[in-house]
Design a protein around this ligand. Sequence first.
Ligand SMILES: [Zn+2]
Length: 68
Amino acid sequence: MEIKQYELGDQVEMKKKHPCGSMQWEIIRMGADIKIKCLGCGHIVMLPRSKFNKQIKKVLTKESTVEK
Ligand SMILES: [Zn+2]
């Protein structure tokens, strides 16, 4: 299984759509738990890292534009 690379401040797309209609979230805290903020309505959700890894669909943007 592919491991997604993400960092603090990245915008990510989750598999599940938020009730406000947005699928895009920003990572605002990383630790054992990951805190993400909905870019549609500003709602904040905290998920255990394992659950976050399952629900993340893709990383949308990076703070840096370095291509690997
Ligand atoms: Zn929302």
